[in-house]
Design a binder for this molecule. Structure first.
Ligand SMILES: [Zn+2]
Length: 247
């Protein structure tokens, strides 16, 4: 990775007010992953920063390299404020959850570009009023996949038998789907149909959220499967998840 360029597009993940009028941002860039940005007098300077310092906003930032890990932000041009997310509590909570998952799980050297596109498309779809529950399922599934943590789905993760119209169980601790012989009482009972839906969803481009509408049973079972996988890989429980589960 060469020295940082002076300009690049980023998505604002977090915003902390600092001192009288400064702002510290957590930025996600497609090229360099997560970066901390410092906007001196960011809350006063509408001219330099307009309305770009809020979470979920995409903008082209110009900066100088600061001391330590901070980028000293000079100015910014708005690309997309996603202001519409702020009008609906569930959508806002889901957007916060998506942003927090990426902040917690992104590591050096990941394929930032695809995850950046995934997160931006997820936020756009929520803002446009798309099916929230299907969007959450697709986002979690694709994030797990892009981070390289995909469990075994269509075959038993222990004996590798390919499933054929049978009862199966899922246990993320044991690698994913399990045939009944291997599973014993481990994990949770899931329908092969749910597993099939997850596998098929991964064949669609990561940016596409339009056109999916999962049934109640798929949403419920897939929710349990994905939360098992996420619990295994997350360093801690996301704060936004607690809020989300109260809605
Ligand atoms: Zn087996």
């Amino acid at each position: 990775m060469g020295p940082l360029p002076q300009r690049c597009e980023a998505l604002v993940l977090h915003h902390i007010n600092y001192g009288e009028s400064d702002v510290i941002l957590t930025l996600f860039t497609a090229q360099y992953g997560l970066q901390k940005g410092f906007a001196k007098a960011g809350r006063k300077s509408r001219k330099r920063f307009g309305a770009v310092l809020e979470p979920f906003t995409q903008a082209v930032f110009q900066w100088k390299k600061g001391r330590g890990a901070f980028l000293i932000l000079q100015e910014a041009e708005l690309v997309n404020s996603r202001f519409g997310l702020r009008g609906d509590l569930l959508r806002l909570a889901l957007a916060s959850y998506g942003v927090e998952l990426v902040s917690l799980l992104l590591e050096e050297g990941e394929s930032y570009q695809l995850i950046y596109e995934l997160l931006c498309s997820f936020l756009d779809y929520l803002e446009q009023g798309g099916d929230e529950l299907s969007a959450r399922l697709l986002f979690e599934l694709r994030l797990i996949y892009l981070l390289g943590y995909m469990p075994h789905l269509l075959h038993c993760s222990e004996c590798l038998k390919i499933f054929d119209n049978e009862l199966i169980r899922f246990d993320a601790n044991r690698g994913g789907s399990l045939c009944l012989d291997c599973a014993g009482s481990a994990g949770i009972a899931v329908d092969l149909g749910t597993i099939g839906s997850l596998a098929r969803s991964l064949k669609v481009a990561h940016r596409q959220f339009e056109g999916f509408s999962f049934g109640q049973k798929t949403l419920q079972q897939a929710g349990l499967i994905l939360s098992q996988v996420l619990q295994q890989i997350l360093p801690r429980e996301p704060k936004s998840l607690k809020f989300l589960s109260q809605l």
